[in-house]
Design a protein around this ligand. Sequence first.
Ligand code: SIN
Length: 358
Amino acid sequence: MEHDHMKYFIMASILTIIGIITFILFDNGYLFQEQKITFDEEQSGLEDQIIIHLSHVTAENTPKGLAAQKFSELTFEKTNGRVKVQVYPNGILYSDNDELEALRKGNVQMIAPSYTNMTDIVPQWKVLDLPFLFQDYDHIKNVFTGETGEQLLQFITDKKIKGLAFWSNGFKQMTNDSHPLLEPEDFAGNTFRIMPGEGLKKQFHALGAKTITTSFTEVFSSLEKQMVDGQENTISNIYTKGLYQYQPYLTLSNHGVLGYAVMVNQDFWDSLPEDIRLQIEDAMRETTLWNMEKSIQMNETQLVEIQKMEDIHVYELPPDAKDRWSKHFKTLYQETKQEAGSDLIELIGNKSAKDSQN
Ligand code: SIN
């Protein structure tokens, strides 16, 4: 008996040691090394393959998730296999709280957080969160893909980061667990989950509501645990993360835009040969234009899916209610003007389809 115990003890110890060694090897990347693509005579230089790790937090079947995959395909194609972009969706690598630091340290080479998440270090981007600033999808496209987008990217002063493009997830809508949000009074006393961003906090406070800031990965549980009464997000995020399950009242308010700043680690970028940088930029331009169309289409088809759900009540924000909401945002506009400059607000405001000079 004593002897059997000893045998089990030794076996268990050996298995534990093997487990620990396996974990250490895996964690340090010695197991399951990057899969090398098969050598093809037409593709020279594969031995020097460059890997870009692109981390983001949304599901794969979203405008950002699909744009990341498209960018990966286009980059591979345009660099003739020299550059491989590995995409990590759903925050599996880093949440939106820590992806920026991971980029700075070079633990990943590329991220695409919402510009809202970046407003602490790029305060000018607060303008992009102003409610009812963007009129329609053409307006978003004109700003994100034109000279204005280029100018906005230049506001990044962090030496470790280079901005490459803005992608869109489309317009944000309002959701609530107990009633439709149609008039400013409907917000009074309710608590809303927001992304980290001073502008969004002020937007909800202006409507008489309170806010709780959480990372995207915590939104579902904050709704499930009833820590908040409502939240704002795009149809695509509401649908793919199942947020509607605890938010049966959806108001199509189109009050704001969820956009992303696609950024690369500057040291990594500087280390790339010139021709590769140009090819990556080309892939990024094509992806960004593709994303503009895809984001419209996805939000439309996923809204149809939500509308089919019996327990979800979908409301359109009446146009005159939009004016009543806007009255509450006057101070927010004034404060943002003082901080970011009125020129910037005008510049973006003037890029709507009818005024576009892009
Ligand atoms: C994202 O789309 O990247 C996150 C949005 C959110 O935090 O609500």
